[in-house]
Ligand binder design. Structure first.
Ligand SMILES: C[S@@+](CC[C@H](N)C(=O)[O-])C[C@H]1O[C@@H](n2cnc3c(N)ncnc32)[C@H](O)[C@@H]1O
Length: 240
C-alpha cells in the first residue's frame, strides 16, 4: 500500500511576528470563537447557536473585509478560515473588542476543512479575496482556485448562494474566469461577462492596497449558484 499522497498546499506557513496581543488572543480566545475539534461534522446552526444566513471567507488575511461584513450584517453567521496566525490573532481581538458574537474562526487549511468536516449545502456566500497568485509557472499548481476546489465550493453553496472572488493578478483572473465558466451550476452576476465592477460593499483589503501601490489592476468575479442546479457531487482533491 502507498502512503497517502500529500495534497499540494496553497500556502506556505510563514511564522510572521505575532504581537503580544495577538499571541494572547490566540491562547485565550480560540476556545470561545474558534471551531472546536468535535463534532467532526460541522453544522453551522449548531456552531453559531442559531440558524442564520452564512458567509464563509477563505484566507481573510488580517480580516478587514470579514470584520466589515460582520459589522454590516449582524443577523448573519460569519465564518473565517486563515492559516496565518498573526491574522487570526488580530481577528480574534477584533471579535472581542467589537463584540462580534456572530463570528467564528478556523485557523487551519481550508481544503481539508471543506472536504472532510463542513457539512455541504450550508453557505449563502463564499468570499475568496486576493488568494496567493503564485505567479511563477512551476508554482501555479499551488493556486487555490482550481477546478476541484471550485467543485468543492459549489457543493457548499446553497441554491442562489454567491461565490465572490477577487484578484489583482490578471493571468490568475483569466484562470478564475475559465474555471468558473466550466461549472454549469454557476452563472455570472454580470450577464455575459465573468468580471463585475468592484461591488461597493467590498472594502479595500490590505493585500489589495499593496497591489494598488504596485500599479496592479483588480478583477472581481461574482457568480451565483443557479436555483435549478442539480446537487453537484463533491470533487475529491488529490490526497483526500
Ligand atoms: C494574498 S493573502 C490575501 C489576504 C486577504 N484576503 C487580503 O486581501 O488582504 C492570501 C491569504 O490566504 C491564506 N491562505 C492561503 N491558502 C489557504 C488555505 N488553504 N486555507 C486557509 N488560508 C489560506 C494565506 O495565509 C494568506 O493570508
Amino acid at each position: 500500500m502507498h502512503p497517502p499522497i500529500r495534497p499540494v498546499r496553497s500556502f506556505v506557513r510563514r511564522q510572521g511576528r505575532m504581537t503580544l496581543a495577538q499571541e494572547r488572543a490566540f491562547a485565550t480566545l480560540m476556545d470561545r470563537h474558534g471551531v472546536p475539534a468535535e463534532p467532526e461534522a460541522v453544522d453551522l446552526s449548531t456552531l453559531f447557536g442559531r440558524p442564520a444566513p452564512a458567509l464563509l471567507e477563505i484566507g481573510f488575511g488580517t480580516g478587514e473585509a470579514l470584520i466589515d461584513f460582520a459589522q454590516r450584517h449582524p443577523h448573519w453567521n460569519v465564518l473565517g478560515i486563515e492559516v496565518h496566525q498573526p491574522g487570526v490573532g488580530r481577528l480574534l481581538n477584533a471579535i472581542e473588542n467589537l463584540a462580534l458574537g456572530h463570528v467564528r474562526v478556523h485557523a487551519e487549511d481550508a481544503v481539508p476543512f471543506l472536504s472532510q468536516r463542513l457539512r455541504p449545502g450550508q453557505l449563502d456566500r463564499i468570499h475568496v479575496f486576493f488568494p496567493d497568485p503564485w505567479p511563477k509557472k512551476r508554482h501555479q499548481k499551488r493556486r487555490l482556485i482550481q477546478p476541484a476546489f471550485i467543485g468543492l465550493l459549489c457543493a457548499h453553496l446553497k441554491p442562489d448562494g454567491v461565490l465572490h472572488l477577487a484578484t489583482d493578478w490578471e493571468e490568475y483572473a483569466i484562470q478564475m474566469a475559465e474555471v468558473l465558466a466550466d461549472r454549469s451550476e454557476l452563472v455570472s452576476e454580470n450577464n455575459a461577462s465573468p468580471f463585475t465592477p468592484r461591488p461597493p460593499e467590498r472594502p479595500l483589503t490590505r493585500f489589495e492596497q499593496r497591489g494598488q501601490r504596485l500599479g496592479h489592476g483588480v478583477w472581481d468575479l461574482c457568480f451565483r449558484r443557479r436555483l435549478d442546479a442539480d446537487d453537484a457531487p463533491v470533487v475529491r482533491l488529490a490526497g483526500d
